[in-house]
Design a protein around this ligand. Structure first.
Ligand code: ZN
Length: 307
């Protein structure tokens, strides 16, 4: 009786192990550095990919910490999709080194740097030094915030999935086509909804919304951060206050993860409207896809800056 019980429990363990092995091997294992890239990869890869983001949309993507769980994930990944342009410079290189997975090292097919396929704004000409701020020295990496760049991103991801997994090429190409159709249809609606912002002067906290401004035609005239990654000082806030009053600037946009005190101070002093912009998939629990991201942003902005 005891033996039979033992055999049964071994059999159970065997089945559980083989089940988990088969789920684990279902599809390409893709790690992305942000939830936006994970959402687009999921839209293209569908059931043939197992996608996970290394960071959360609630956090500042410039700063992450390479945790042991992230190292294990990168070690197992078939494909690593990154924003690039130094967005992950503070945490990805040590992670890549610790993970010891040659498939996803830069230069190999398992490494996809999307900053290479998107036309970047804010590229500086000439020598680069720290006086320009802590981040953005290779061009502005916040490019996912223009829906038109979502097309470049999706094209590149589809191409790479086809290369790594040619057996599912038809599915990837069909999903890409659907993704582009939906995005293009939505884009004309979003543009209509935000028409009132065209040409309006806007202040942002960090130099992160230039692609959004580009897409919808508003003008970012200044930032609360005097340079990207550099916190405002009392003097820089006072200069900004004068500018807001003189130029009658009505709107200040800020991501949820930045300190709110400086923006609130400017609001108190000048009456400028402060709007928190969910900048990424996952910034709010209801934002699960790339389309839902712009639905949320457009919804927030559609009722602001009208007077
Ligand atoms: Zn930035």
């Amino acid at each position: 009786m005891n033996n039979l019980f033992q055999i049964l429990s071994y059999l159970t363990i065997f089945f559980v192990l083989s089940l988990s092995a088969s789920t684990a091997s279902a599809g390409l294992k893709v790690e992305t550095t942000t939830q936006d890239l994970a959402a687009i990869t999921k839209a293209i890869g569908g059931e043939h990919v197992d996608v996970h983001s290394l960071t959360l949309g609630t956090r500042d993507p410039h700063f992450a910490v390479a945790r042991p769980s992230m190292i294990r994930r990168v070690y197992r990944a078939d494909l690593l999709v990154v924003i690039g342009a130094d967005m992950e410079i503070g945490w990805l290189p040590p992670l890549l080194q610790s993970a010891r997975n040659h498939r996803i090292q830069p230069g190999n097919p398992g490494y996809l740097d999307l900053s290479r396929v998107v036309p970047l704004l804010g590229k500086t000409k000439g020598p680069i030094d720290r006086s320009m701020g802590d981040v953005h020295t290779k061009g502005n990496p916040h490019y996912w915030l223009d829906p038109a760049n979502g097309i470049y991103i999706a094209n590149a991801i589809a191409k790479r999935l086809v290369q790594l997994d040619p057996g599912h090429a038809t599915a990837y190409q069909a999903n890409l086509k659907t993704f582009k159709q939906v995005l293009n249809r939505k884009l004309s609606k979003w543009k209509k909804d935000l028409e009132h912002l065209k040409g309006k002067p806007v202040i942002t906290y960090h130099k992160s919304l230039i692609y959004l401004a580009n897409a919808f035609g508003f003008q970012i005239v200044d930032e609360v951060e005097p340079k990207p990654g550099i916190a405002p000082s009392a003097a820089s806030l006072n200069n900004l206050m004068t500018r807001i009053k003189n130029e009658n600037i009505k709107l200040l946009l800020i991501e949820p993860y930045y300190e709110r005190r400086s923006a609130e101070y400017l609001k108190q002093q000048t009456g400028i409207q402060v709007i928190v912009i969910p900048q990424s998939v996952g910034a709010q629990t209801t934002i699960k896809t790339y389309v839902e991201l712009f639905d949320a942003i457009v919804n927030i902005l559609s009722s602001t800056g009208k007077n």
